[in-house]
Design a protein around this ligand. Structure first.
Ligand code: HH2
Length: 286
């Protein structure tokens, strides 16, 4: 299958250059309760400063979110998410050229963020809301479609699959085609297996082991394994911020498999990991 994806992704509000390979998306959680950095960037000025720092460190996209989706988290109202993210998106858009993505499943929040300058939608429900698909098509922005089994409140209770890779892949292909039926071009669609979203350790490992099958669909692939709990399980590191080397291992594997974007907290370190892995991958070329 081909999606006509090339090295350059250009749309009315932004441009991403994939000619060097994988790009880094920096995570900016404007939340009091995110699993690894909750409360750290809740103040708008601190959030903006952190966003600008990540842009300076090499982030090609800044992913701003006002609602934690960690296991067990509860939904945050649209009004509260808007209050958290809009000032941050507005200021970052004025002060940086890096495209901002808005991490939300709520159509009102997405609309407010686009009006404030956000240029990409990151939807952990893969456009389950038709109004969101219509909004993305009308706004002519790229979209990340993520797989999740269950909801954040319940997803880690008893995740079950008979073939996790096949089922997640089939779901994402179905959602991507549905997005296309709303008029969203294939080249603007990113698919994401949703590491940690309704998955056991084994499920996460299988998805990473076979991430090349997602790349082979022709859609661009985004992976967000940064600091997640399964890395703590494997390394014995309970403190999320100490899972940086575990994260690095996943980033290197993703780059080697042809993933287009890695979503991470530790931008400077992961840019180094991407650069070195990419250089090895391309060593035979030219
Ligand atoms: N993971 C998180 C949030 N959003 N979006 C995509 N596309 N893929 C992911 O893997 C993903 C995501 C969870 O990480 P984080 O934002 O650090 O934590 P929290 O949800 O607690 O804010």
């Amino acid at each position: 299958m081909t999606t006509g994806k090339g090295d350059i992704l250009q749309w009315p509000k932004g441009r991403l250059d994939f000619s060097s390979g994988c790009l880094v998306m920096g995570i900016l959680n404007v939340t009091p309760d995110s699993f690894s950095d909750g409360g750290q960037f809740f103040d708008p000025d601190t959030a903006v400063a952190h966003g600008l720092q990540m842009a300076g460190e090499g982030a090609a996209i800044l992913d701003v979110g006002g609602e934690s989706t960690r296991p067990g988290s509860e939904p945050v109202s649209a009004a509260e998410q808007i209050r958290r993210v809009v000032p941050v998106v507005e200021t970052l858009t004025q002060r940086s050229h890096v495209p901002i993505s808005i991490d939300t499943k709520n159509v009102q929040v997405a609309r407010a963020a686009f009006d404030a300058g956000a240029a990409i939608l990151n939807d952990v429900t893969a456009l389950v809301d038709d109004r969101m698909a219509e909004l993305v098509a009308a706004a002519e922005v790229p979209v990340v479609l993520m797989h999740m089994q269950g909801t954040p409140e319940t997803m880690q209770k008893e995740p079950h699959y008979s073939d996790v890779v096949g089922e997640v892949l089939a779901f994402l292909l179905d959602r991507a085609r549905r997005a296309e039926s709303f008029g969203i071009p294939a080249e603007r669609i990113f698919i994401d297996p949703g590491i940690g979203f309704g998955k056991t350790l084994k499920h996460n490992l299988l998805l990473l082991r076979h991430i090349d099958r997602f790349v082979a669909t022709g859609y661009r692939v985004l992976v967000g394994a940064s600091r997640k709990r399964f890395l703590g399980t494997l390394t014995g590191r309970d403190v999320a911020a100490q899972r940086i080397f575990g994260t690095a291992a996943t980033v290197a594997l993703c780059v080697a498999a042809g993933v287009s974007v890695v979503r991470v907290h530790d931008v400077a370190a992961m840019c180094d990991v991407v650069r070195v892995t990419q250089a090895v991958v391309k060593a035979d070329a030219g």
